[in-house]
Design a protein around this ligand. Sequence first.
Ligand code: FE2
Length: 446
Amino acid sequence: MDTETVINAHYVNHLANVNNKKKVVATENIYNQFGALLVPKGTAIEHRVHDFLVGHKMKKQLDEFITVDGCLTANSLVAEFNKLLALFPDLQQIHQCIDFGQMLEHLCSVQQIPRILLQKLTILKLQLPTIFEQTLFSTWLGCMLAKEMKLSPQHIRNTFYVGLLHDLGLLHIDPELISKQGSYSDQEWHSVKHHMMISVAIAKLIYPFDEEVYRGIKEHHERCDGTGYPKELRNEQLSYSGQLIGLADIICHIRTRQYQQSGKSMANIMPYIQINQHSFKYESYQAMYTLVQRAELEISDLLNRKDFLALPKRLILQRVRITQLHLAFADFVALFPKETKGKHSKALIESCEHIGDTIKRAGLNSPETLDWLESISDSDFNDARQELQELDSMHYELLWQFKKVFRIIPDFLQEELPAKAKLAPQLNAHAETMQQNLLQAWTDYQ
Ligand SMILES: [Fe+2]
């Protein structure tokens, strides 16, 4: 465990901003590691004291020496979970259907949540409210999935802590990066990718949690098919808690942002689950499927009669684009030199197979599907609209799969393709064309 911690500038800024709304005060003298007084007891942590604190090393973390007015408690944390669920009737329905309220209260209260964790969550709530909402969502869903999978009470508790802790590291990186729209530079991406390790360091200073908690935090952006980060680990190398919180994070993003804009609910999540089943532990997908099925949610019907006939036409075009993308991807991996045996090439080859399997299994490129799409007329509105919307969602998820997998290509080309490989120029050109084709396919969904 680290014995010293450096006071982080972004975190002190967050504290000073919070102090504008709720008092943040030093409860005792704050000294650096050499015993020099930085800030006396009773001082408000405002922007004025920023320079006295930042960059100094301490034996404990800053949070141990401060209090925040109106800090979350176990009871108010339960209230925050309930407030979130009240915003989304479909989540509420799932929650009530499996009677999760009691377990959630139990998790929040039976073993005291460390004061510093509650304090950090309070800062997160006030300074990065979207990340706080995501933290609650992922903790709630991750624990429900763990319960559904019949994991032991200790595993469920560890998943609860992985959920609460996993993104606290974001409080220690530049907030502009967190809200940035568009792609990151290499250096920015490096900082963002580092947040799991900061969260682990914070967790270690808060409480001696089980090893599984630190491991879950580290792994929450890893994916079972090797397409995650930072280590591109694979299924057998990954723990349950990190994968449950990782899956819950993605579902949170889909439900609270993507679906919120389009009016969809958790009932529409099935195409995502079907297409992405290789990315997370298989049991967690089964659990997700069961949760949604059991709640008997009604699928939102978003298609009106006026737009109905445009959909099969768009699906026919998308179908061609997806098939071509997959063929180009298959040609690309077929060109890999025999001596290429790294983790990037392995992930690319397997992902190409998975995408091919999914397309085949769902009949997306079958002649029957094409005949059906071409035969749809206005009179099919009642019978066909739900199936068409599901097909549309599957196309959308497949394009996400391509997007996610293609992110690995630059690393493969740089790190695993021998510089003198004869096929290097061909592979580079091929990769460029695939990226352009993917962009083109996305235009329909903008
Ligand atoms: Fe994260």
